[in-house]
Design a protein around this ligand. Structure first.
Ligand SMILES: [Zn+2]
Length: 342
């Protein structure tokens, strides 16, 4: 039974425009808007953010904050002020030692920065929750495409990670992904989100927290290199309310959609959380739009509790727009209206 239907939204600039867009979302069967909040928005548009949250509530939407692309730790096309303002605390390639263009999110500096943004949103706005959007370790070059096989290089082997590893395991952090490194990476990655989520729930217990992991399977999104692919470990974290797995390219076979959905639902429900599956509503659209109806039916039949779509109006006007953005948005909206149980 589908309990919630969401769509992401970039427009945090003018309240009266956002309100009109929110009405369009309602008309497309959405009950939740996920605000893609950038570091620039926090820095520049912050006075407006709560007005936009309130506009969402006025229209009858739940409003969730997505800390979009922050530090290039989360997924997203946005640029990062953390990287612009800091020359330290960056991830480092294990094999080449090259500094990467991503924040080391297990560093105290980044953890404080990221938690500070979230605490500000929790305290100073009426946001209903947070969405941890595709958190991940940087993939050193040549591994950046989503569906190539996992290469041998990985991150992060920066001085801070190396020290932390050695303090814990008693030997120098190796350059190969042995079991200690895998466990270290999983544990530190989870700690960043778990500690922040715990802090947020202490401020406002009713905040709902969704963790959205990459839909990793073997070489798709590079299992093991992202840091959140031990779904059991992620789902068991008591500070998350919803386990989501990210969008899947429409060209993937049905068996792939089934595999990801089955694992997402199983892990979420095992730990008493809602399971959320995402629809690719921008960029590459399905060849045949009937596939959207079929995938939505599949998700519902497999026990998915919530649906999410990236993004509003099929990404119209952005460099990631679908070929027929409005047609795509309308078809997803028709499906939302069809399946949302209220
Ligand atoms: Zn590091």
């Amino acid at each position: 039974m589908i309990k919630h239907t969401s769509v992401s939204y970039y427009g945090l600039n003018y309240v009266e425009h956002a309100e009109k867009d929110f009405e369009e979302m309602k008309a497309h069967g959405c009950d939740t808007v996920i605000l893609a909040i950038t570091e620039f928005d926090m820095d520049f548009w912050f006075p407006n953010i709560n007005e936009i949250v309130k506009a969402g509530h006025k229209v009858g939407l739940r409003v969730i904050a997505d800390t979009w692309g922050i530090g290039k730790y989360f997924g997203g096309e946005q640029v990062s002020l953390f990287l612009q303002n800091n020359i330290h605390h960056r991830q480092v390639s294990a094999l080449t030692g090259e500094t990467l263009n991503a924040a080391c999110f297990t560093s105290n500096a980044f953890r404080d920065y990221f938690t500070g943004i979230c605490v500000k949103l929790a305290r100073e706005t009426e946001i209903d929750g947070f969405f941890w959007d595709e958190p991940h370790y940087a993939l050193p070059r040549a591994n950046t495409a989503i569906s190539y096989g996992a290469g041998e290089d990985w991150a992060c082997r920066c001085p801070e990670c190396k020290k932390k590893f050695e303090d814990y395991y008693g030997y120098e952090m190796p350059k190969i992904l042995n079991d200690d490194v895998k466990n270290f990476r999983w544990r530190e990655a989870l700690k960043t989100l778990a500690d922040c989520s715990k802090t947020l729930k202490e401020i406002k217990p009713e905040l709902e927290i969704t963790v959205c992991v990459h839909a990793t399977s073997q070489t798709y999104y590079n299992t093991e290199l992202r840091g959140y692919d031990n779904w059991e470990m992620v789902a068991a974290c008591p500070y998350f309310d919803v386990l989501a797995s990210t969008i899947i390219d429409w060209t993937k076979p049905e068996s792939f959609f089934k595999n990801i959905t089955e694992r997402t639902v199983k892990m979420a429900h095992k730990y008493g959380k809602d399971a959320e599956r995402w629809l690719l509503g921008y960029s590459t659209q399905p060849e045949d739009f009937d596939q959207i109806d079929k995938v939505v039916d599949l998700y519902e039949s497999m026990g998915v509790d919530r649906l999410g779509t990236w993004t509003y109006r099929g990404g119209l006007g952005t460099s990631c727009a679908a070929k027929d953005p409005i047609k795509l948005w309308d078809r997803i909206g028709a499906n939302y209206k069809r399946v949302l149980k209220k």
